[in-house]
Structures are given as C-alpha cells and as structure tokens.
Design a binder for this molecule. Structure first.
Ligand SMILES: C[S@@+](CC[C@H](N)C(=O)[O-])C[C@H]1O[C@@H](n2cnc3c(N)ncnc32)[C@H](O)[C@@H]1O
Length: 233
C-alpha cells in the first residue's frame, strides 16, 4: 500500500496495527475536539455528505468501519439509518458518543456474516490499515448485493497553490496544535500517514477488485479530502 516514501513518523507495516491501536487509545479523549478544531468543523459536513451519497432508504443497516468515537454512527442515525460501529481501539470505543451498537473488531477480519449490511461507511481510516486489499475484500463480503459504500480519507489537493497552503497547515500547524492539546507524535503521524494511501487510480482499482461497481470519487475541502462511493455488484 505504501508508495515507498519514507517518513520518520511512520511505523513499519509489521508494527503498524499495534502502533496505530495504541496511538488511537492514547488520543481518544481529545480526538473529537481536535477534529473540529483542525478542520474548522468541515469534517462534520464531509461525514454528512458521505451519508447522503449512500442514498439508502430509512432504517437501512450500515456498518461504520473503524468508527472511532462514533461521529459517522451519529450522522447515520440522524439520517434515519441503523448504524453499527466497529473499531479495534478500545480507547476510541470507550470515548464514543453514540447509541449505535459498537463492536471491537479488526477491519481485516470482521465478525459479521456475508451480506449482512445495506451500506458501509469508513471515515479517515483507510491510511491506518496495515493493508487495504484485505479490508476492502471484507467490506465486499459483509455488504449485500446492491449495498453501498462511502469511504472518506485525506487527499493531496490538485491545485499547486492550495497544495502549498494545505501542506503548511497539515504538516506544520496540525502537529503543533495537536502536540499542545493532545499528543505530538500522533499528530505528526496523522498527516504523514497520507503516504500510506496509494495513488488515486490504484486506490479505485482496489475498490473495484473488492466487487464494488459504479465507483466514483469526489474531492471535498478544496481537494484535501476524497470521498469514494460505489455499489456492491
Ligand atoms: C482517524 S480515526 C477515524 C475515526 C472515525 N471513523 C472518524 O471519522 O472520526 C481512524 C480509526 O481507525 C481505527 N482503525 C485503524 N486500523 C483498524 C483496524 N485494522 N481495524 C479496526 N479499526 C481500525 C482506529 O482505531 C481509529 O479509531
């Protein structure tokens, strides 16, 4: 999954699950507040847009994969959908504010039967998985035919000017503010972990390989965020 760029703050793939789980356990108590602060609350709108693009009927059952503190679970519930959250960080699940049932589980091995869900959301977690293909395969397995996915993660803005300004914010201000309010190493990792994401065509191909069709990608937040949607074949 890595593009081969080396970034000091990034763990090796063997250590990644343990390091990531411990990191999210550590930053869980202030995670929500920092998200709002560091995105100027735009993250709320991005999650809402992801849920709208699922285009699922009321009461549809949606897995929020790597749910963290349950922000997307709440957005799903506000839209009349039934959410189930899954995450491997006990700390994030403990800090969650949602009425949705939450399951402690590794995205690589989901404890759900085939074709259980009408939809899957996944917010800002793709770059945290040790490998994307097995996670997307699991998504394809637990999603019913015709079910929908909406995956959000960070991206590199395409405009050079925006990329420059965003780089200053994401790679300097985020670790600085995150370090003061929460944990410096974690908020150095979060921007650096963009390096784990494959280039867009490769990422979309992985989604297609998992049995998802009609895949489309839109840029949000001036290109700093990507939202990928699709339908289970
Ligand atoms: C950046 S947080 C995103 C949380 C939430 N989805 C949101 O939108 O705020 C990434 C989450 O992915 C979870 N995660 C990373 N790897 C995972 C894995 N293999 N299985 C389950 N959860 C995982 C972490 O514990 C963390 O809660």
């Amino acid at each position: 999954m890595s593009r081969g760029r080396t970034v000091d703050a990034l763990p090796g793939l063997d250590d990644k699950p343990r390091v990531i789980e411990e990191m999210f356990d550590r930053i869980a108590p202030r995670y929500d507040a920092l998200n709002r602060l560091l995105t100027f609350r735009m993250d709320v709108r991005w999650r809402r847009e992801a849920v709208q693009l699922l285009e699922l009927p009321p009461a549809a059952l949606v897995l929020d994969l790597a749910c963290g503190t349950g922000d997307l679970c709440r957005t799903l519930a506000d839209s009349g959908l039934r959410a189930v959250g899954a995450d491997f960080s006990a700390g994030m699940l403990r800090a969650a504010h949602t009425d949705a049932p939450l399951v402690r589980a590794d995205a690589m091995h989901l404890p759900f039967a085939d074709a259980t869900f009408d939809g899957i959301t996944c917010g800002f977690a793709l770059r945290n998985f040790a490998a994307l293909a097995p996670v997307l395969t699991e998504c394809g397995r637990v999603l019913r035919s015709g079910g929908r996915v909406a995956l959000i993660d960070v991206a590199e803005p395409s405009s050079p000017l925006v990329r420059f300004g965003h780089g200053l914010w994401f790679r300097h201000a985020v670790p600085f503010v995150g370090g003061i309010v929460s944990d410096r190493a974690a908020y150095r990792y979060l921007p650096a972990s963009t390096a784990y994401l494959p280039p867009v065509p490769e990422l979309l191909a992985l989604v297609v390989d998992a049995g998802i069709v009609d895949v489309s990608r839109r840029a949000l937040g001036f290109g700093a965020v990507q939202l990928i949607t699709g339908t289970r074949a």
